[in-house]
Design a protein around this ligand. Structure first.
Ligand SMILES: *Cc1c(COP(=O)(O)O)cnc(C)c1O
Length: 390
């Protein structure tokens, strides 16, 4: 074990199973370890560095903001968060934004907003939020409660009450759950990321949106992983022609600095009043300046290139030995492999390609601007690893 591994084990809480690699620098979709070995990054830090490592525009935006004003409390006006909120609203048609620091916090805010909205419209007993099994909404006690996966709950009970889980793609089940409970909201990811890169059926997503609208129940779409261009649309719900009441996002939004955002549609835009919610770091100028620099580049034309690169990757993986299926959308890709996914990922890292797992899948979330040549090189390495020795 190298010194850093020893010290990490000694001083860092043991929540992560790290690979034995220390990444110290990079440019775009290539990163390097301390021994100088080069890796193609098919992870972008779990969908965070949308334009790759040390992207010039992002670095310039963040550094110039840091040199001017790195933080001010939310008791005063600052311009980067207002600029970002305006861009997000104009690009989505949503009306207002609350900024926080992570996906879990963006979802916490959505849950609070949904409870307040339902309490005001229907009464305080209408607090149930219906979520989809195998989804993932975060690690706080409440967002764990929203996460319909029992194994995350063990030893952390009691969790926040008021969540009901329904199986994915079962329209009758979601209809029944909304009717059988005093429901405030339905909350889902259009593609379950941590759950194994599993897209929900388009018909199901549309039906869930229809049920929510009919029953005056809010529709919350968790775009923490699927958002910010990942699926070839700005937000994944835009692939399905639905109109959410609340959208949450984080991960890629900041391009590499922590930021979460909860976007409110017209029903919920004015639900919060002064004192209802807050975050010391929320709307931090440096994070927001970085976010503006990435979100402004997610033009329609750029998003088409994401779809095309997703198609290219899919073509390189489909039908290859050892790859049973390819799931996902755009540059959010899941590979069902003959070998255990963890073995594939370990071997790929050995051969200079960083990948992720999600449940039993190999998961790929490259930077959205990964050059086609690097994408092809990485895909060929991954496909060879999948096919060898089986
Ligand atoms: C990662 C993720 C979260 C949690 O985000 P954090 O920033 O880690 O709190 C929530 N929802 C989804 C869909 C995610 O992928």
């Amino acid at each position: 074990m190298s010194e850093i591994m020893v010290k990490d084990k000694e001083y860092i809480a043991g929540t992560y199973n790290r690979f034995p690699v220390e990444i110290c620098r990079g440019k775009g979709s290539e990163v390097y370890d301390t021994a100088g070995k080069r890796y193609i990054d098919m992870t972008s830090g779990i969908g965070v560095t949308l334009f790759g490592t040390a992207d010039d525009e992002w670095v310039a935006a963040v550094s110039s903001q840091a040199a001017k004003l790195q933080h001010m409390s939310n008791l005063f006006y600052t311009s980067p968060c207002v600029e970002l909120a305006e861009i997000l609203c104009k690009k989505t048609g949503m009306k207002k934004v609350f900024f926080s620091n992570s996906g879990a916090e963006a979802n916490e805010c959505a849950i609070k907003a949904a409870r307040k909205y339902a309490a005001k419209c229907k009464g305080e007993d209408h607090y149930t939020i219906v979520t989809v099994r195998n989804g993932f909404h975060g690690r706080t006690i409440t967002t764990l409660a929203a996460t319909g996966q029992d194994h995350y709950h063990e030893l952390y009970r009691p969790l926040t009450s008021g969540f009901e889980y329904v199986p994915a793609n079962d329209i009758a089940a979601i209809e029944n759950a909304v009717a059988a409970n005093k429901t405030a909201a339905v909350m889902l990811e259009c593609i379950q990321g941590e759950g194994g890169v599993l897209p929900l059926d388009g018909d199901y997503i549309k039906a869930a949106a229809g049920i929510a609208q009919r029953e005056n129940v809010l529709l919350i779409i968790d775009e923490v992983q699927t958002g910010n261009g990942r699926t070839g649309k700005l937000y994944s719900y835009m692939n399905f022609g639905i109109d959410p009441d609340i959208v949450t996002t984080a991960k890629g939004l900041g391009g590499g600095l922590p930021i979460g955002a909860t976007l409110f549609g017209s029903k919920t835009a004015d639900i919060f009043e002064p004192g209802d919610h807050g975050s010391t770091y929320g709307g931090n100028p440096v994070c927001c300046a970085g976010a503006v620099s990435v979100i402004n580049r997610l033009t329609d034309e750029f998003l088409v290139s994401v779809t095309e690169k997703g198609r290219l990757a899919r073509k390189l993986f489909e039908g290859r030995k050892g790859i049973l299926s390819v799931s996902g959308m755009g540059l959010m890709i899941g590979l069902e492999t003959v070998k255990p996914a963890a073995d594939v990922v370990r071997e790929c890292i050995g051969r200079g390609v960083l990948c992720l797992t999600a449940k039993n899948k190999v998961r790929l979330l490259p930077a959205l601007n990964i050059p086609a040549e690097l994408l092809t090189e990485a895909a060929e390495t991954i496909a060879s690893v999948c096919g060898e020795g089986i």
